[in-house]
Ligand binder design. Structure first.
Ligand code: ATP
Ligand code: MG
Length: 206
């Protein structure tokens, strides 16, 4: 992809993506438009640190669904940094690895606004603020309490389509209900082709 400027503005959308759904894609697209981003990198997690008591679909499936879902958007890319790193996934490691490859770029980490309010408890939280701008996406009309967080580093953006969750998509697939239009068509077909989400997992919604 040709770079529009010397210091590219790059969104980073971390997630389990089990499966990726239109909520993720709308959020990335809205933040890209609002912050004039050149690129959004989707980063499927390895084992997420906050989902240790939960069965997560094997990384290659989640990676491939993310590739399928983002393939048609020239500004969307997918990184393997988190799935190739051993151990639990922490945002500080994600940002450090991405920054190493693109030291001149400005990073915008996109995450659900609920997660943003927990950021002070993330690994190496005080380092995070200088590594990226954090954009918490929230549903319209939902107030988020940002007290205790550095105001310059954390912004909130309202996006539609927030009601969709991967937990709900998995439940639907398991119960034989449609996931059409909640996830991209290719992801519907990928789930069916590989028989994903047919068995009961030890799932907890996050
Ligand atoms: P699960 O239900 O398994 O927790 P999820 O739908 O929350 O899955 P994740 O992969 O955990 O999806 O989310 C990745 C990122 O996307 C997180 O920052 C999360 O807050 C955000 N996100 C999840 N759903 C939406 C949505 N509908 N709209 C915008 N952002 C979302
Ligand atoms: Mg979640």
């Amino acid at each position: 992809m040709p770079k529009a400027r010397e210091h590219a503005r790059v969104g980073v959308m971390g997630g389990t993506f089990d499966p990726i759904h239109h909520g993720h894609l709308v959020a990335a697209s809205e933040v890209a438009a609002q912050y004039d981003l050149d690129e959004v990198i989707f980063v499927p997690t390895g084992q997420p640190s906050f989902k240790q008591n939960q069965q997560v679909t094997e990384a290659e499936h989640r990676y491939l669904m993310t590739v399928i879902a983002t393939a048609s958007n020239p500004r969307f890319t997918v990184s393997r940094v988190d799935i190739e790193r051993e151990g639990l996934t922490y945002t500080v490691d994600t940002l450090r690895d991405l920054k190493q490859d693109r030291p001149d770029d400005e990073l915008f980490f996109i995450t659900g606004a609920d997660a943003v309010t927990q950021m002070a408890q993330w690994k190496d939280a005080d380092m995070l603020w200088n590594m990226a701008q954090f954009v918490g996406v929230t549903r319209p009309g939902h107030d988020i309490d940002l007290s205790g967080l550095p105001q310059d580093s954390v912004k909130i953006l309202e996006v539609p389509a927030m009601a969709i969750s991967s937990t709900n998509c998995r439940d639907r697939a398991r119960n034989g209900q449609p996931v059409w239009y909640l996830v991209p068509d290719g992801v519907v077909q990928y789930i069916a082709k590989h028989g994903l989400y047919q068995q009961e997992g030890t799932e907890v919604s996050q």
